[in-house]
Design a protein around this ligand. Structure first.
Ligand code: ASP
Length: 319
């Protein structure tokens, strides 16, 4: 397959979920700012890996999203983040899971990929690595007033049986990009689900579930109910659909259909093809997205239901 020059592009998401209540415009603005940050990297000739890292960092710093600062608290009132970054050139990735006291989770994942012989680090060992990389911060500094207020809601004292329901997912972040050399990359970053059990890890840092990138197919970042997404390896489902000739919109819809077929799993995903076209789908109320390609920039929050219940959308931009 060819990796033609040209046609850079970036697409970001701010989580599939109910997104009820205020904040719609602010979340869209956050996604636009992230896509812009990624686009600045791409238009300066930067790599897809650099672009998805830059975009994701913007969303990690934004308290409206469940990643970095503003992440949902676990049942003990502590933020534990998960993240992955994957390079489509050689399918190397770095991932971190159940890490406390790291705001730039996606950058820690990148350091795992670039600076360690490993692919995934979890818990205390990942925190020690963050310290060596100069990325650690006081754990309390990840707690936003909004996330604290949510945590103080009544569920806080309940046991593991009262784990969050699918309706409570949302606000996880991710980015996919294709650079001017034809390479793709994906990133996903999250604080996980509200009131999760300490040590709980969802799909986000799991390769092939929360993200996938392969120059032959494209790049994918997923969001939604992690326990369901992992069962179908949702990012890999989309990757496989691309490899077998589906366009990014079809690939995203295929993945959501497979998720929904699994006891009504809830979620969504963003996809950029190896040719720079983009697409996304979700079966939740909303999933804020923003993109910037040579074909133009835009954003979207929710869309009409598709024929099988997924909220199908994607301008199928040919960049
Ligand atoms: N997929 C994430 C998780 O299960 C949550 C989300 O996307 O909102 O941790």
């Amino acid at each position: 397959l060819s990796h033609a020059l040209g046609a850079p592009g970036i697409l970001v998401h701010g989580g599939a979920g109910p997104h009820r209540g205020p904040g719609r415009d602010e979340k869209l603005a956050g996604c636009v700012a992230a896509a812009d940050a990624g686009w600045r990297v791409l238009s300066a000739g930067g790599s897809a890996v650099d672009a998805v890292e830059a975009a994701t960092r913007v969303l990690e710093d934004d308290p409206l999203f469940d990643a970095g600062y503003g992440s949902y608290l676990n049942r003990d009132g502590i933020v534990e983040v998960d993240a992955i970054l994957m390079d489509g050139r050689d399918r190397r990735f770095g991932a971190i899971a159940a890490v406390r006291g790291v705001r730039a989770a996606v950058s820690l994942a990148r350091h795992v990929m670039d600076q360690s012989p490993h692919a995934m680090l979890a818990g205390a060992g990942a925190e020690r690595f963050a310290l060596e990389m100069g990325l650690d911060v006081p754990a309390d500094s990840l707690i936003s007033p909004g996330a604290l207020a949510l945590w103080q809601a009544p569920q806080a004292g309940l046991g593991i049986a009262a784990a969050p329901t699918e309706g409570e997912v949302g606000d996880t972040v991710g980015a996919v990009a294709r650079d001017g050399l034809g390479h793709v990359a994906a990133a996903t970053s999250t604080g996980g689900t509200r009131h999760k059990w300490p040590g709980r890890v969802g799909d986000s840092p799991v390769v092939g579930s929360g993200a996938y990138a392969d120059d032959r197919s494209g790049a994918v970042s997923c969001t939604g109910h992690g326990e369901s997404i992992m069962r179908i390896c949702m990012a890999f489902v989309a990757h496989h659909a691309l490899l077998t000739g589906r366009d990014p919109v079809e690939a995203a819809a295929t993945a959501v259909q497979e998720l929904a077929g699994l006891a009504g799993g809830q979620g969504g995903l963003i996809v950029i093809g190896s040719d720079g076209r983009i697409g996304w789908a979700m079966n939740t109320e909303a999933m804020p997205v923003a993109w910037h390609t040579t074909g133009g920039a835009g954003s979207a929050f929710d869309q009409a239901r598709g024929p099988v219940g997924e909220r199908l959308h994607g301008p199928a931009v040919t960049a």
